[in-house]
Write a protein that binds this ligand. Sequence first.
Ligand code: SAM
Length: 233
Amino acid sequence: MIFHILTIFPDFFNGPHGLGSMTGGVVERARRAGLLDVHIHDLRNWTHDRHRTVDDRPFGGGEGMLLKAEPIFEAVESILPQRGPDSSVVLLSAQGRKFDQATARSYAGRKELLLICGRYEGVDERVAEHLVDDEISIGDFVLSGGELPAAIVMDAVARLQEGVLGNKDSAVNESFSQPQLLDCPQYTRPEEFRGWKVPETLLGGNHAHIREWRKRAAAEKTARLRSDLLDQT
Ligand code: SAM
């Protein structure tokens, strides 16, 4: 799979504090193993003036600047000249549809994913209206740019690619692999820490009981922390 990231801050993804450290090495390792590729594109490469201008003031007045439509359209059309069902172009935006595991799974089936990072007060709306396949938010809060959201989307999608995770079951038995369920609580050594004991069933070695315990514990945790998931039928 190929990820393209369109940004005015390409250095955000490069260097020692770039993508490698941001994603805990998963994306970097997968890239080195040839399982995926990441192309970082500087939006200013599609400007035509001396100052390489990517932004302008909003019509109607108001705060700040917006990323202009022209360089973004030109960039997307040159990075993905043949758009088809194998590719998706996604605008990261606080106004977008909420990103979730089902969306990550659907992107993971694409050959190419192009992520557009907004900045300043956002992006000329014609990009959302006429260029992208999806406008995606990573949550109900406002960040200063789309670069962190793009890294988050890329991490979530990359780890679903075959061969990226060391253990292929890791992405099967985890939160949201059943859409309405969180992962069950997990414990490691020591058996007792500051007086808090690991649940007896997990130490007993009876796999049927452990499975049963995990199912119940996952349901309880979901009800306690994310009852909204249970309301989604
Ligand atoms: N004026 C915009 C609004 O109120 O919706 C906020 C713009 S924000 C300061 C600048 C850029 O950060 C956005 O264009 C988007 O690319 C990115 N961004 C901010 N919050 C985001 C979120 N929750 N999810 C995805 N992208 C986000």
